[in-house]
Design a protein around this ligand. Structure first.
Ligand SMILES: Cc1cc2nc3c(=O)[nH]c(=O)nc-3n(C[C@H](O)[C@H](O)[C@H](O)COP(=O)(O)O)c2cc1C
Length: 187
């Protein structure tokens, strides 16, 4: 085994697309890998100082979509360019959005699944950002990505994951087993 110094190498990391409204009502989006489930109905995101962070503090609401192979290039782009410098940032993505059913935040139509979220708590705020805890208040799933019994079909979504070791996007693969079941033979 080889040993390495500490790095932000938790694996796998998500490719979250945070959707917010700018002060002028236009939609913005950014890429975030440092986020995840906080509690049953809450998520956590580690946010730097961005247009998105300003928007969330102003409106209290945002969306979280899961990037796919099809949206990969634009998902990377929204992580490279800031709405602070480029108010028309989203034009290059070609993404269209509608206001969420439960939140004042954009739901982009190119993602199979989107969480609508409402800010709950901000932790450890500093000049460089803050940790955001938010309630999930609605989950929107494109009907093309549902199983026959009406649940989100994650295998169909062609989601991508962020690999912080190689600075790469990886395809999320096929189902290989049943959770809370595959290990039962060893109990
Ligand atoms: C792969 C990737 C992951 C990123 N993860 C985060 C993150 O977890 N938190 C964060 O604050 N910024 C993260 N960023 C940087 C923001 O997406 C980037 O600064 C973006 O331009 C902010 O846009 P805005 O100013 O329009 O909100 C990430 C960027 C990339 C490309």
């Amino acid at each position: 085994m080889k040993n390495f110094a500490p790095h932000p190498w938790v694996l796998p990391q998500p490719v979250l697309i945070l959707g917010t409204y700018n002060a002028d009502g236009t939609a913005n989006a950014m890429n975030a890998a440092w986020g995840g489930q906080w509690d049953a109905h809450q998520i956590m995101i580690s946010l730097g100082s961005h247009a998105t962070s300003d928007n969330i503090k102003r409106t209290g609401e945002f969306t979280v979509a899961f990037a796919t192979q099809k949206t990969m290039a634009a998902a990377d782009y929204v992580g490279l360019v800031s709405g602070r410098k480029h108010p028309d940032k989203l034009v290059a993505t070609g993404w269209n959005s509608e206001r969420g059913r439960e939140t004042n935040a954009p739901v982009f139509d190119c993602f199979p699944m989107t969480l609508e979220c409402r800010m709950k708590r901000i932790l450890d705020e500093s000049a460089t950002g803050f940790y955001l805890i938010a309630d999930i208040v609605n989950i929107v799933v494109d009907e093309n990505y549902l199983t026959a019994d009406g649940k989100p079909d994650v295998e169909k979504m062609e989601l991508i994951s962020f690999d912080p070791v190689g600075n790469a996007y990886l395809a999320l693969g096929k189902k290989v087993g049943d959770a809370f079941a595959a290990g039962k033979g060893l109990v």
